[in-house]
Design a protein around this ligand. Structure first.
Ligand code: ADP
Ligand code: MG
Length: 377
């Protein structure tokens, strides 16, 4: 979730975690919450501290919230021993340890030693085989899913197994490798894939279209070219772009058609592309799944393509389509576009996870669970 100057911005993912947390605190469990924020690369970094999340939790959860600035070791054990039944303890960012993403066995065991029961309610991280989503679960007799994970799976399974057609996928954002990987399977299931954000530049570059200095993923280039040659009829790419020399060069912002000249970077889809995508989404789509903003929407100048897509999705919803929006930044973009949570069929807390799941892949964080019913306790 976005955190600015130590304050949580869009807190959708926190609110969605409340059902499980409060179910457990109401039954006098001691709830230890383990989570991550951003990509601190295995080192402690105050920028990615979860402390602001503890503050937000204490405003919304009906329980005593404690925070400890580590996630394993003596300090954490001591904090747990001081908890009363029904209290909540938030641990510091799991990714301050390299063992988290590496699914290190020792780190997993250390995490597991803190608790008696394991509950996964982190749907957005369930596509990762990490210590918290996979490794530590192995140490528990009871590995349960929380209410959020259950609800996500219910909605997304419908889209995976029998979407009303036409089924349109809209994909953008910066996590290019993740998204391209997930698209691998999803393209076959969709009728149309509208591509924006940095994901689009890799596709365009793979066709030999100049994208200037825009962000691309070189490793994925040959795969992208192959996909375009085989399934290109389903994939729609931007034909014009909002560009500048850098995100801060507001005076240098231009709209270009076709190729992006050297020295310039694409920061949003252009007006023609936005109109085309809006039409595709609002006119006739029966199911739409969106993950990843069309541009650097946090800056007003580069937000228009994303806002147009968000508004068209709301329109499609009001016309009876099933719409799903997934991903932390895409959820934040809905707010920027003034689209309320009621104007979307389902807002998924997972971007990459939901893309992979709808594409038909197994999520390690879900397959590891033995019980899909947190009400066991
Ligand atoms: P999500 O969180 O919805 O899964 P990502 O994390 O993959 O999406 O990507 C979101 C980020 O991508 C946003 O911060 C947005 O500013 C950025 N982004 C999208 N398009 C561009 C672009 N053309 N140039 C730079 N950043 C972009
Ligand atoms: Mg994101």
């Amino acid at each position: 979730m976005p955190i600015d100057n130590g304050v949580v911005g869009e807190d959708y993912r926190i609110r969605r975690a409340l059902a499980t947390v409060e179910y457990l605190t109401a039954r006098k469990s001691k709830v230890i919450i383990a989570s991550h924020l951003g990509r601190p690369k295995g080192k402690s970094d105050p920028k990615y501290s979860l402390k602001p999340v503890a503050s937000r939790l204490s405003e919304v959860v009906r329980a005593n919230i404690h925070f400890v600035d580590d996630c394993i070791g003596d300090k954490v054990s001591q904090a747990i021993s001081k908890m009363n039944n029904g209290d909540v303890l938030l641990l510091e960012n799991l990714r301050f340890y390299a063992g988290e993403e590496a699914c290190d066995e020792k780190f997993s065991a250390q995490l597991a030693s803190l608790a008696d029961v394991y509950v996964n309610d982190a749907f957005g991280t369930s596509h990762r085989r990490h210590a918290s989503t996979y490794g530590m679960a192995m140490h528990f007799k009871y590995k349960l899913s929380g209410f959020l994970v259950n609800q996500e799976l219910e909605h997304l399974t419908k889209i995976r197994d029998g979407p009303d057609r036409p089924f349109t996928v809209i994909v953008g954002g910066v996590k290019i490798k993740d998204k391209l990987g997930a698209l691998r399977h999803l393209i076959d299931r969709a009728d149309k894939v509208l591509v924006g954000g940095c994901v689009a530049y890799t596709f365009l570059a793979s066709k030999g279209v100049s994208v200037g200095d825009s962000l691309v993923e070189n490793e994925s280039m040959s795969w992208a070219a192959e996909v375009l040659s085989k399934q290109g009829h389903r994939i729609i790419l931007p034909t014009d772009h909002i560009v500048s020399t850098s995100a801060d060069d507001v005076a240098g912002i231009r709209l270009v058609s076709g190729e992006i000249p050297k020295g310039l970077k694409g920061f949003d889809i252009g007006r023609d592309t936005a109109r085309r995508y809006s039409k595709e989404i609002a006119n006739g789509t029966k199911t739409a799944f969106w993950n990843g903003p069309m541009g650097l929407f946090e800056k007003e100048q580069f937000s228009h393509g994303t806002i147009d897509v968000a508004k068209s999705l709301a329109l499609a919803f009001h016309r009876g389509a099933t719409t799903i929006v997934g991903g932390g930044d895409s959820i934040a973009a809905l707010k920027v576009a003034d689209i309320s949570e009621r104007e979307v069929t389902h807002i998924s807390t997972g971007g990459g996870a939901s893309l992979e799941y709808i594409g038909g892949e197994e999520l390690p964080g879900v397959t590891v669970l033995t019980e899909r019913n947190a009400k066991l306790f």
